[in-house]
Design a protein around this ligand. Structure first.
Ligand SMILES: *[C@@H]1O[C@H](CO)[C@@H](O)[C@H](O)[C@H]1NC(C)=O
Ligand SMILES: *[C@@H]1O[C@H](CO)[C@@H](O)[C@H](O)[C@H]1NC(C)=O
Ligand SMILES: *[C@@H]1O[C@H](CO)[C@@H](O)[C@H](O)[C@H]1NC(C)=O
Ligand SMILES: *[C@@H]1O[C@H](CO)[C@@H](O)[C@H](O)[C@H]1NC(C)=O
Length: 293
């Protein structure tokens, strides 16, 4: 335990040195303000960003999302919080690659319909593979080991966790990629799923940490051998990953490729099959495997 704690702290120090600080945050605020008068800001993804919302609320039109964060404010950097058994999410990095200047991978939490500015962000170093198999996680509360962070978003959080980098702070939409979607109901139940509707930049597994031991998502690589027509380029980094497959404007080559390997009951591949699980204690683990930033 003591050793694990030291690894976490070391990982975070590197992060703080390598990544944005006050100056950058001012730039973020400035670029965000510019978007207040941008017509794109009025465009909401209600149809596209789908998923968890419809499960949680049932009556979408009667639902008013209570946002955690105002998009005029810079994203909030967090480090792992102690796990005292309450609601929250373990975010695990099972991607051995160091992406960009960070020792590990940067992750961002976006709220639904706040697509321009992330709510939370952090960097997680590579998880000790001994702590993880594709379906089982060994966690050591109260202090998560290196490669895992624990965080409790605000109680009304509805949104997604994605891979990213500093270009996610440019005030533009960065939708392309795999979404690990989570939301919390007012009664403490949390909901989770993995969606490929807006793209696939690598595997993500979402696991309920209540007694039922449910999980959704996938851990296999479907990018490596994908056909030429299945790819799309990320805004910002310019990296290539698999294209979006939304019902409107989705890439049919990508959809045909992914449905050969993945099950719509495990991961969002269609708008009308909802592979969503709940966790009655409000606790989830979300694992990101090797992917593209
Ligand atoms: C959905 O919620 C709205 C507002 O609360 C209500 O007027 C409407 O009747 C509800 N629709 C259904 C199908 O329950
Ligand atoms: C967000 O912050 C701006 C500037 O402080 C403020 O004008 C606006 O009302 C806030 N929006 C919400 C939804 O709180
Ligand atoms: C980077 O993270 C790994 C854990 O994945 C850790 O063992 C290593 O000490 C870290 N390196 C630096 C330079 O922080
Ligand atoms: C909590 O609320 C959700 C809807 O938001 C509902 O589906 C679920 O059954 C509720 N759980 C309990 C234990 O009441």
């Amino acid at each position: 335990m003591r050793l694990a704690g030291i690894v976490v702290i070391f990982c975070m120090i590197i992060t703080a040195a390598a990544l944005p600080s006050k100056n950058n945050n001012n730039d973020i605020a400035a670029s965000t303000r510019r978007h207040l008068h941008d017509p794109r800001h009025q465009h909401h993804l209600r149809g596209e960003s789908s998923s968890v919302r419809s499960q949680v609320v049932g009556n979408v039109t009667g639902h008013t999302q209570i946002f955690c964060h105002n998009e005029t404010q810079p994203p909030i950097y967090f480090t792992s919080q102690p796990d005292n058994g309450g609601p929250g999410v373990y975010l695990l990095n099972a991607d051995p690659v160091r992406h960009g200047a960070v020792n590990g991978t940067m992750y961002l939490f976006y709220e639904n319909d706040h697509d321009f500015v992330p709510y939370l962000w952090t960097v997680v170093c590579f998880l000790n593979p001994l702590l993880l198999s594709s379906t089982k996680i060994l966690l050591l509360p109260p202090n998560p080991p290196g490669g895992a962070v624990f965080v409790t978003p605000c109680p009304t959080f509805e949104g997604r966790i994605v891979r990213g980098d500093v270009s996610n702070f440019d005030g533009r939409k960065h939708l392309l990629g795999t979404w690990g979607e989570l939301s919390w109901s007012t009664n403490g139940t949390a909901w989770g799923d993995v969606s490929l509707l807006e793209g696939n930049d690598g595997p993500v597994l979402v696991q309920a940490l209540d007694a039922a031991n449910k999980y959704k998502g996938f851990s296999i690589d479907v990018l490596s051998n994908a056909p030429a027509g299945a790819w799309a380029q990320k805004l910002g980094t310019g990296s290539w990953c698999l294209d979006k497959i939304t019902s409107e404007g989705g890439n049919s080559v990508t959809r045909a490729w992914e449905t050969q390997f993945l099950d719509p009951n495990s991961v969002y591949l269609e708008d009308n099959i909802n592979p969503v699980i709940n966790s009655i204690n409000g606790r989830f683990a979300v694992t990101f495997y090797a992917g593209v930033v």
